[in-house]
Design a protein around this ligand. Structure first.
Ligand SMILES: Cc1ncc(COP(=O)(O)O)c(C=O)c1O
Length: 382
């Protein structure tokens, strides 16, 4: 794959290594939004396709990306909403606990914390005290060890949002299934940029904000909700989630059933006439690129940077647990993270400060020049 920079809006002299914060605007995304705005001027043309067909198309695209049936996909405004939708349908057995990981993203931590408070359950937060280069196997082993017959639910991100360490979803999912625990995964920093298969990993629900690796808009994302929740209770009662919703003349036949499978969990006003087209364009582009190709492109682009880090003795996550699209730079003693961030900004290199690391995120729109600019800053005295 060649650099895809011509497909997004980014100023030529800006080195944007921050897709983990927000993806740049796709030109195709802009086009679809402009078309959607034009349609707002001609509301007499709005029809049931605008309400229902585009969301169906987007569900299929997301389903294809995470390898599930489209009927198990629902739309959410935020991960916090998706997680609550599912947690509301889980009741722990007597004495059961929940598990999450250290420094998990707040929407996940706060959601599971509230669930534990509500059910008077313990929340076990599993971490690793190892350095970046050794934590992968240690952290994953500790999670597996912590899961037992007394575990009701495990909530974690597919990769750690600060430094990109991959959790071993296959082993964790298998262990959860073995003991009957519900396995909930935040895929926001992974899906779109690396492959995902909810069945292989035995994931019960997966939540993805739309505005990062899916190249969609802020405030509209997708979730996979597994079959075990098909008879659950949604957060709200939207008319759109009922089987009679397409027949506008009979909406007051209130007795109608929920839409099948995960259909009941769609956030109200799912159609999002302006945002849904952008999410659609993002997912189409991500599908055309392919997550494995994106990983391969990022790995090749990062190679000189990895060599430099190794030469300097800066730790990085070991190969088996690293994600090439998102990784943390941990400053060695004597180098201030604030000073390094300022140095990078002087060179127009944009990354995020997260915890004790500078989070670098890379995508197919990045070029060798972006990585070189980052390396230049790392090489200069700070
Ligand atoms: C791992 C992860 N999950 C979720 C989110 C967004 O959460 P929400 O959609 O609840 O705002 C982010 C944003 O940075 C994130 O990094």
């Amino acid at each position: 794959m060649e650099s895809q920079s011509s497909l997004v809006y980014l100023d030529k002299d800006i080195h944007y290594l921050n897709c983990a914060a927000k993806s740049p605007l796709l030109k195709s995304g802009e086009r679809t939004m402009i078309e959607a705005m034009e349609r707002e001027k001609q509301l007499h043309l709005r029809n049931s396709d605008d309400f229902f067909e585009r969301p169906e198309h987007v569900r299929k695209l997301f389903a294809n990306l995470v390898e599930c049936r489209p009927s198990q996909v629902a739309f959410m405004p935020a991960v916090s909403y998706g997680l609550s939708s599912v947690l509301n349908n889980i009741t722990p057995g007597r004495g059961q606990h929940a598990i999450t990981v250290t420094s998990e993203f707040p929407s996940d931590y706060l959601g599971i914390r509230a669930w534990c408070d509500k059910h008077d359950s313990e929340l076990k937060v599993v971490g690793s005290d190892q350095s970046l280069d050794l934590m992968g196997s240690d952290w994953n082993a500790r999670i597996l060890e912590a899961i037992s017959e007394d575990t009701a639910v495990v909530v974690l991100s597919a990769i750690h949002w600060m430094h990109g360490m991959r959790f071993d979803l296959k082993q964790i999912g298998a262990r959860c299934r073995e003991v009957g625990a519900v396995f909930l995964v935040d895929g926001t920093q992974a899906v779109g940029a690396m492959s995902m298969n909810v069945h292989e990993f035995q994931i019960d629900a997966l939540f993805c904000a739309g505005y990062k690796w899916l190249f969609g808009p802020y405030s509209l994302g997708c979730m996979y909700i597994g079959e075990r929740f098909n008879d659950g209770k949604p957060i709200e009662e939207s008319w759109m989630n009922r089987t009679n919703s397409r027949n506008f003349a009979s909406l007051t036949n209130y007795g109608m059933e929920y839409m099948p499978d995960a259909g009941r969990y769609n956030v109200g006003e799912t159609s999002h006439f302006l945002l849904m087209p952008m999410l659609s364009a993002g997912l189409e582009q991500v599908t055309a690129w392919g997550p494995d190709e994106i990983q391969a492109y990022c790995a090749a682009l990062n190679k000189p940077l990895y060599d430099l880090l190794d030469e300097k003795g800066w730790p990085r996550v070991e190969e088996a647990y690293c994600s090439h699209h998102l990784f943390g730079l941990k400053m060695p003693d004597g180098i201030s993270i604030d000073a390094m961030k300022s140095k990078l900004e002087e060179k127009n290199v944009y990354v995020s400060q997260r915890g004790e690391s500078l989070r670098v995120s890379v995508h197919a729109f990045n070029t060798e020049a972006d990585i070189e600019a980052l390396m230049d800053a790392l090489n200069s005295d700070t």
